[in-house]
Design a protein around this ligand. Structure first.
Ligand code: 0WD
Length: 254
């Protein structure tokens, strides 16, 4: 069992108890890590505050990752409450619903901008703002999906956003490595969450994993949470810039 007592983690991307970020936060808590949370906007406040209370979060504040002022305000809160901290979890993505059911060729300029801003640029913005507040040995984990490299029906612009996210992980690994901070992405198999519900035909994707993946089962937010604990901890101190698949082995198939 990995022991994270005395460590502090800032979590972005909890929407409800099905969120992958909730799975990660729960496993971090089990390992003894202290947590703090952000939520995207007023609408999510009433869901995320009880989750923060359940997991004894140090604080829980709003942060729309498209707003630099919000990000700065969270950094000030972190400085005030914690001084320095250790781990950052980026589990945030969004694309307008129409973009996830129309043909990819119909992708709008606005849809492209929104998806790339929230789902990819936000990682760069958070890494820049928060890495100076992170202790040496600190670590960042973000969430990606196999649609970044393979064409998956209806994933469309999110596939492009995830490709940008994965590439950003590699470039950020170089800049952050100079300060002893690591960054990695977990490429999760499909999990029924709010974000996933936006992808048309998502249920079919779940069935394919059960039928074809080497492990013949879909992964859970606990599976992803356990891998995040490993990647964030010193047990993974030699790993940075990587995309680690937690997908029952589906990606290895031809
Ligand atoms: O099958 C899946 N569920 C997979 C998800 C497979 C592989 C990867 N992922 C990724 C997603 O692309 C995302 O990056 O995991 C991450 C977490 O997604 P999730 O847990 O599946 O979905 P959800 O519980 O909806 O959390 C995503 C959250 C948002 O939820 P809503 O439902 O409100 O759109 O991202 C956050 C928000 O909490 N978010 C934002 N946070 C700050 N500022 C913003 C924003 N502007 N927009 C969305």
């Amino acid at each position: 069992m990995i022991d994270l007592k005395g460590k502090k983690a800032l979590i972005f991307g909890v929407a409800n108890k099905r969120s992958i970020a909730y799975g990660i936060a729960s496993q971090l808590k089990k390992a003894g890590c202290e947590l703090a949370f952000t939520y995207a906007g007023e609408a999510l406040k009433k869901r995320v505050i009880p989750i923060s209370e359940e997991l004894e979060g140090k604080f829980c504040v709003q942060c729309d990752v498209t707003k630099d002022d919000d990000i700065k305000a969270v950094a000030e809160k972190v400085s005030k409450e914690w001084g320095k901290f250790d781990y950052l979890v980026h589990s945030v993505a969004f694309a307008p619903q129409d973009e996830l059911k129309n043909k990819f060729i119909e992708t709008t300029r606005e849809g492209f901008k929104t998806a790339l801003d929230i789902s990819a640029y936000s990682l760069i913005a958070l890494a820049r703002e928060f890495s100076p507040l992170m202790n040496e040995g600190g670590s960042i984990v973000t969430m990606t999906y196999h649609g970044s490299t393979k064409v998956i029906k209806n994933y469309n612009i999110m596939g492009v956003a995830k490709a940008a996210l994965e590439c950003s992980v590699r470039y950020l690994a170089v800049d952050l490595g100079e300060r002893g901070i690591r960054i990695n992405a977990i490429s999760a198999g499909p999990i029924k969450t709010l974000a996933a519900a936006g992808v048309a035909g998502f249920r079919d994707i779940l069935h394919v994993i059960e039928e074809r993946s080497p492990l013949h089962r879909n992964v859970t937010i606990e599976d992803v949470g356990n891998t995040a604990v490993f990647l964030l901890s010193d047990a993974a101190r030699g790993i940075t810039g990587e995309i680690v698949y937690v997908d029952s082995g589906y990606n290895i198939l031809g």
